[in-house]
Ligand binder design. Structure first.
Ligand SMILES: Cc1ncc(COP(=O)(O)O)c(C=O)c1O
Length: 397
């Protein structure tokens, strides 16, 4: 692979286990080309070269409404949906409209690194709540909410990746979702549900979304085509209460620039409406499951007993907890010297030192052979650190 064809941040010739990108071979490039050809020769091409409707592509909105009805039995009218330029756009827009400098926002510890960047840019007060295998620990959230209330602070929103979380791959348990909906009503905060990995699942069922549990009240839900079609198309969607969607659609940003990426949205709309969607997503699930299985088998084979890792049922990521005798900084330096790159756990915490023994491995992007050999390299370095730790200890005694 040369640098020209490498996506954001990938060093040519390396094993980029950090990359949360779709696999090259799963990008629907030739299908998109056919769709572009037909748009090009169709009647709408001039309109698509112009500013778009503020709410976004109507055909795509209708597809999404029908799909949520069919898959989740959610009755969503057009007024509850808008097309956005990827989930990132949604997180930025929500932050801009719901919170200002100094306002409090709840996040998981760990949480999605790039969302933390957006919140830091906006100078928000970030309150991080610990998670375990079932997602955020509700008792801790409740305790924090009480503490904040005692100093007259109310979080503006709680940001959560409920399914196959980035970075841990953990899915938030159903009963916790209900408890959080109850807390959001009691303490008056919005739930921002960044549901970008929902379609990449290796199990049949998922817990209901926050949006479903709260019957659409007080929840803003984000989705994206980045993980299923291509991040370069920059198309996602937002679902929320009609008055909030209206507020966003009539905001200065959309008035000035129109709706999100009209040309790309037309391609995505045609892709979805052509009957290709279900088959495409089924293929992705199979292929990413193979990669997940390969990564887990490699970890089982090479990691020492004292390392721990998650076994995600979907998404792109595995979260690895290192043994006490090696820090992520030590591992990172040695791994990079061998051309293996991963995402340090430190970036995913509000307090970076909380991630000093953690890292995120992505199984979505690299070929299976690289996945195996990259993980084998990490295992070898970690075991080497154990040997030098033991010999240092025995010299001291
Ligand atoms: C949790 C989460 N939200 C949002 C994004 C970015 O989505 P988009 O490409 O739709 O902006 C990612 C991509 O890694 C993600 O993991």
């Amino acid at each position: 692979m040369d640098l020209q064809s490498s996506p954001q941040g990938v060093v040519a010739g390396s094993i980029p286990l950090f990359a949360g990108h779709p696999a090259h071979e799963l990008l629907p490039i030739s299908t998109v080309r056919t769709l572009v050809d037909s748009i090009w020769s169709g009647p709408d091409v001039v309109r698509l070269f112009n500013y778009g409707d503020e709410q976004g592509n109507r055909q795509l909105i209708d597809f999404l409404a029908a799909r949520h009805q069919q898959c989740e039995n959610l009755n969503i009218g057009r007024e509850h949906l808008m097309i956005i330029g990827g989930s990132t756009w949604g997180v930025g827009m929500i932050t801009h409209h719901l919170a200002g400098p100094g306002d409090t926002v709840l996040v998981d510890a760990p949480s999605y690194r790039d969302a933390l960047h957006i919140f830091r840019d906006a100078k928000l007060d970030l309150q991080a709540i610990a998670i375990d295998d079932g997602g955020v620990i509700v008792d801790e959230m409740e305790r924090r909410l009480r503490d904040l209330a005692s100093v007259r602070r109310r979080p503006k929103f709680y940001y959560v990746v409920p399914n196959f979380q980035n970075p841990t791959g953990i899915t938030l348990a159903r009963e916790r979702r209900q408890a959080i909906v109850d807390l959001s009503k009691e303490y008056g905060f919005v739930i921002v549900e960044d549901d970008v990995y929902r379609d990449i699942r290796f199990v049949d069922d998922l817990p209901p979304s926050f949006y479903a549990l709260s019957r659409g009240e007080n929840v803003l839900r984000l989705g994206t085509f980045s993980k299923t079609l291509a991040p370069g198309l920059r198309i996602g969607w937002l679902i929320g209460p009609a008055e909030t969607v209206k507020r966003f659609v009539t905001s200065g940003m959309l008035r000035m620039g129109g709706g999100a990426n009209p040309f790309a949205a037309a391609i995505v709309a045609d892709f979805c409406s052509s009957g290709r969607w279900e088959e495409h997503v089924a293929r992705l699930r199979n292929q990413y499951k193979l990669r997940r299985d390969c990564a887990l088998a490699a970890l089982d084979a090479v990691m020492p007993d004292s390392a721990r890792w998650t076994r995600p049922e979907g998404g792109y990521f595995i979260w690895l907890q290192l043994p006490d005798y090696v820090t992520v900084d030590e591992l990172e330096g040695q791994a990079q010297a061998e051309n293996v790159y991963f995402a340090s756990g430190k970036g995913f915490f509000v307090h970076p030192e909380d991630g000093a023994h953690h890292l995120r491995l992505s199984f979505s992007y690299v070929p299976l052979d690289d996945l195996r050999s990259g993980i084998a390299t990490l295992g070898r370095i970690i075991k080497g650190a154990r040997r030098s730790h033991r010999s240092r200890r025995s010299r001291r005694h």
